[in-house]
Design a protein around this ligand. Sequence first.
Ligand SMILES: [Fe+2]
Length: 418
Amino acid sequence: MSDERDSPIDFPSRYDRKIHVRDLRTGMYVTRLDRDWLETPFLLQGFLIHSANDVEEVAKYCEYVWVHNTEIPFAKDADMLSQRHASQNSNALFHVSTPIAEEHSIVRKLFSETSKYTQTMMEDVRLGRAIEEKKARVIVDKNVQSVMRNPDALAWMTKMRSEDSYTAEHSLSVCILALIFGRSLGFKEPQLSNLGLCGLLHDVGKIRVPIEILNKPSRLTDKEMKIMQAHAAHGRKLLSESKNMYEGAIDVAYCHHERPDGKGYPQGLPSEDISLFSKIISIVDSYDAMTCERVYAQAKPSTEALKIIYEERGKQFDENLALAFIQTIGLYPPGSIVELHNGCVGVVVETNVQSRHLPKVLIMRDEEKLPCTHRLVDLATTLAGELSSQYQIKTIQRDGYRNIYLRECFEKGYLTSL
Ligand SMILES: [Fe+2]
């Protein structure tokens, strides 16, 4: 296999040493693989070998890996974000305080409350009314609390779209995804409250863009593109006119289309002049736009959107944040409809931080693809042999596959009775 493979982790090469998988030992920190990380279940930011089982697992996918060279102090000058993210998997940041079914019960009400609020807020702006920061923050903070308790319930909700009022639904999803991302970056509640507000309000300027341009199914002309891009300036103006508006939200509304390579708009700022929150919202915004159905583009599967973010790292997106985001979302986010190797089909309801490719799945179709009694299966139990490895995920499918609809799961309360 090639040595020239792109590394998902760009620590300077002098920190890494290439070894054969048979030379891997407990305690070594793997920083790079000899194949595309997307083809493997491993953590993008690198991972520690805890046991012989871990070595076996790596050997299933790779012949060679790069490990951290312990003779050199670890990544003294490497980016803090990468280090923090890599070390988080074992700490309390991933602690979940509420069981998923319980959180889904809370989220059923919360999501519809937030959704109604967002649509009303957008309508108010359309009618020329100012946004009340306090009201928006109260709603955002309820979402912060939910994400802190168990992020998988709200994550699931971002997958459910009604295809009307795109801007309001998109704003809400960006708010939720930004909170989930911020939580995994180690942000505390006051920071999350600010970040969530930025997510909710980032595209408010689109209210000033004519609907024919927003919903145009074909390519925009240069003139139309300029009108569309003006939503950043409209957003800044609208939010500046709102009393006591959080400054960060004004900045993000104006700068969330800037790019680290300086090719963004409206100002073409260099990376160092783009705020952290703008860089975060830029990634989340693009991910959500790519993964949901729009009038001019089909929804991309999550993995494809993550791959694009990976390819655009350091260009359209901040490099370290892009990597951290990919890690946060993982291959099978909650709300993914998945088919297992044994033919069963179900929906991912809860992620497994230790083995992200083995989430908890609500099985809704049996081996013959026929409707069956719903049962929650923890795919991680395949590791210990409690469950056959045929229960591992084979593919991701679209909403509606084998008549499984996410909206139906929500409306019929399947997720609250797990
Ligand atoms: Fe935007």
